[in-house]
Design a protein around this ligand. Structure first.
Ligand SMILES: *[C@@H]1O[C@H](CO)[C@@H](O)[C@H](O)[C@H]1NC(C)=O
Ligand SMILES: *[C@@H]1O[C@H](CO)[C@@H](O)[C@H](O)[C@H]1NC(C)=O
Ligand SMILES: *[C@@H]1O[C@H](CO)[C@@H](O)[C@H](O)[C@H]1NC(C)=O
Length: 445
């Protein structure tokens, strides 16, 4: 301290400049520290909320770039604020999550946020660099139109996070992620809980957040209910005062020309009334996975063991077999609006299957989707060939992770379901380790 003072004293003619420089440096240090704290907090919250990635996912999702919300209401309509679920990639962490200006917080209204989002969607959906023509008018509920409604019906650890995020990569998509989360780790197969479940799904697909108290209450304490809905979550992070308000959520949802939904707690037969409802115009993919794969993956989740709907092979496989019987009927009754996909087939052939699935839903194979597949089906560790092998082997980790005894227990409880869905028995530990191919042909017709 003394030394510094002495030094300053000797150059008294410069002392003013030095003091100014030091205080500027202090300010700068403060600013840098504040920025770093913000980034770390946001990064941590992202890490915390993307809890389900890991074995089901090949690589953590990249953060969307290019939203500058600082005084964003001054910039409505600008093209540079396009994508929410992908896009640019050029942005730094700072670009992605700027510290929020609180100065205007109290004066921002729901209408401001809606106007802003309307501009975002319009920019996202019409940017010529995306190669997509302007979305046809009348697709958004707020203009009296019907959005594209894409449902994924599946069960836990069956690849639906992956497929769900493929759909959410499409511009203008609003993602109803796991709308039955508040039902806990249970399957809904019929009365009495199916009526509440269907009530919730119907309300959400109609962007109606009234009479959804349990759902919203759950969301307040569990970020991941909304955080996968990236376009909504971007605004929730900035305007938490609106996030769980039906008077915000309803109009916000009605801005979007596309809705997707994935549900792991509802068995397939129960979607019949949704398919019958012409006002919804919903299309459904039933996503199936080898029970040995899903059960292996569930072993590593804290929430599954001890919950029979999740960890008991005969319960799980009885649901699978009932889903098969429902699938036969539904694909007959609704050939244009219901289909099945096996997770293994999607993973082995991600580009081809994704195109097929999008076509089924009536959605474009958009460059954003291609970019998503490019960044999420390959692992950048060690060379081209390992990349290739890694993306294809993800659904088959169970062959290395389960002992033959464990495999046998599942197989013995799953005879009908495995036969129906085309999964081959393994007959020895050795066979499992020797590049076991579990896939057989199957048919629901
Ligand atoms: C904005 O104000 C609300 C209360 O009205 C508060 O909960 C929220 O944290 C504020 N947001 C920011 C980013 O300061
Ligand atoms: C489902 O129904 C049972 C009664 O069979 C009830 O105890 C339970 O609370 C219901 N769960 C929900 C989430 O409504
Ligand atoms: C698979 O193995 C079980 C016994 O674990 C047997 O009952 C079943 O018939 C086998 N399935 C096929 C398709 O061979």
């Amino acid at each position: 301290m003394e030394k510094v003072a002495g030094t300053v004293g000797h150059t008294s003619s410069n002392s003013h400049a030095v003091r100014e420089r030091m205080s500027r440096r202090k300010n700068l240090a403060g600013l840098v520290a504040a920025t770093v704290v913000c980034i770390v907090l946001l990064y941590a919250s992202q890490r915390y909320t993307s809890n389900s990635y890991g074995t089901e996912y090949f690589r953590p999702r990249e953060r969307p770039a290019n939203l500058r919300m600082l005084n964003s209401h001054k910039y409505y309509g600008s093209r540079t604020y396009g994508g929410a679920a992908g896009g640019g990639g050029a942005g730094t962490a700072y670009d992605t999550y700027p510290p929020m200006s609180t100065a205007h917080n109290s004066t921002i209204s729901i209408e401001d946020v809606l106007n802003y989002q309307r501009a975002l969607i319009s920019a996202e959906c019409t940017d010529s660099s995306y190669g997509e023509r302007k979305l046809p008018d009348g697709l958004t509920p707020e203009t009296g139109g019907k959005p594209t409604r894409s449902l994924i019906i599946t069960t836990w650890r069956s690849g639906s996070t992956f497929l769900g995020d493929i759909l959410n990569a499409l511009p203008g998509n609003y993602y109803h992620y796991e709308p039955l989360l508040d039902f806990d780790i249970v399957q809904i197969r019929g009365p009495p809980n199916d009526s509440v479940a269907l009530h919730n799904l119907r309300h959400l697909l109609h962007c109606d957040y009234s009479e959804m108290e349990n759902y919203l209450e759950f969301g307040r304490t569990h970020n991941y209910l909304f955080s996968h809905n990236t376009r909504l979550w971007q605004q929730c992070v900035r305007f938490p005062q609106f996030c769980y308000e039906p008077r915000f959520l309803g109009p916000f949802c009605r801005l979007f020309p596309r809705q997707s939904m994935k549900v792991v707690r509802l068995r397939a037969a129960l979607v019949t009334p949704l398919l019958e409802d012409e006002s919804l115009n919903v299309r459904v993919v039933l996503l199936i996975r080898d029970p040995r794969g899903s059960m292996q993956s569930r072993k590593h989740r804290v929430w599954c063991p001890g919950r029979p709907d999740c960890d008991d092979p005969s319960t799980v496989c009885s649901d699978m077999q009932l889903d098969y019987e429902a699938a036969i009927e539904l694909s007959q009754r609704f050939p244009q609006r219901f289909r099945v996909v096996r997770y293994e087939d999607l993973s082995l052939n991600p580009y081809k299957m994704t195109k097929e699935i999008l076509q089924f839903y009536g959605l474009p194979y958009h460059p954003e989707v291609k970019m998503f597949l490019d960044t999420h089906t390959k692992q950048d560790v060690g060379g081209v060939s390992s990349t290739y092998r890694d993306s294809k082997s993800a659904p088959f980790h169970w062959t290395k992770d389960l002992t033959y005894d464990e495999v046998k227990i599942i197989q013995d409880s799953c005879v009908a379901a495995m036969r129906s869905w085309g999964y081959r028995n393994a007959t020895s530990e050795r066979e499992l380790y020797d590049n076991f191919n579990p896939l057989l042909p199957y048919s629901v017709s």
